[in-house]
Design a protein around this ligand. Structure first.
Ligand code: FE
Length: 218
């Protein structure tokens, strides 16, 4: 996939035949099903290979990984410096490399700068750190408006920024996938690395949210 940007990350697989799926197929579903059937029919793909790949995405990849990276950066200045200088190496150091995660660049939110990530062409996203992207990340509205009116989009996500804060929008691609290092919430000095990781939401690592404050968690 590395040389082909215009890919579809969706793979609606395990419930083709479940009762709840008796709704009209979208064009993409039909295309995906036809492609998979043709690959299997011609001996180019084993169905269990697809299942194993999806299982890996669902269980080994996800925002809990990105949250570990962020929490470590919050407590370990040397790691944070390495992470910002070479995201890919630092993520690999934590054993979090994998498909769609070869080249990761981490951008830091500060009091002066807020970063947000989009893939304007499709849905490029650091799978090992965040799992598969949410539906809205793949929507045309987000992909266009994140660039044309980022502050309005952020406001709709509940992120209100002082006008003095610079907003930087990063366009993820097949070559570079961005991860936002959110600001560490106030009042978290005594929290452990695991407790800090629990404050780091998926959206905070895309830039469409702040990290949770401890008082907002149950
Ligand atoms: Fe993409």
């Amino acid at each position: 996939m590395s040389d082909d940007h215009d890919h579809d990350h969706d793979h609606d697989h395990d419930h083709y035949d479940s009762p709840k799926s008796r709704r009209p197929r979208s064009e993409f579903e039909l295309r995906t099903m036809a492609l998979e059937a043709a690959l299997v029919h011609n001996g180019l793909l084993a169905t269990d290979a697809v299942d194993a790949f999806l299982e890996g995405i669902e269980h080994r990849m996800g925002p809990h990984n990105g949250a570990r990276v962020v929490a470590r950066a919050w407590i370990d200045p040397a790691f944070k410096a390495r992470l910002l200088a070479d995201g890919s190496a630092s993520v690999a150091e934590m054993g979090l490399a994998g498909p769609e995660g070869d080249t990761v660049r981490v951008v830091e939110n500060t009091v002066d700068t807020h970063n947000m990530v989009v893939c304007t062409l499709c849905s490029c996203y650091p799978w090992p750190l965040l799992g598969l992207p949410p539906i809205w990340y793949k929507s045309f509205a987000y992909r266009s408006r994140a660039v044309s009116e980022p502050r309005a989009v952020l406001a709709e996500f509940g992120v209100s920024l002082d006008p003095s804060v610079e907003v930087r929008v990063w366009d993820s691609s097949a070559e570079v996938r961005y991860l936002v290092l959110p600001q560490r919430p106030a009042g978290t000095d005594r929290l452990s690395e695991d407790e800090l990781a629990a404050l780091v939401t998926r959206n905070s690592m895309i830039g469409t949210a702040f990290a949770d404050h401890p008082s907002t968690q149950g």
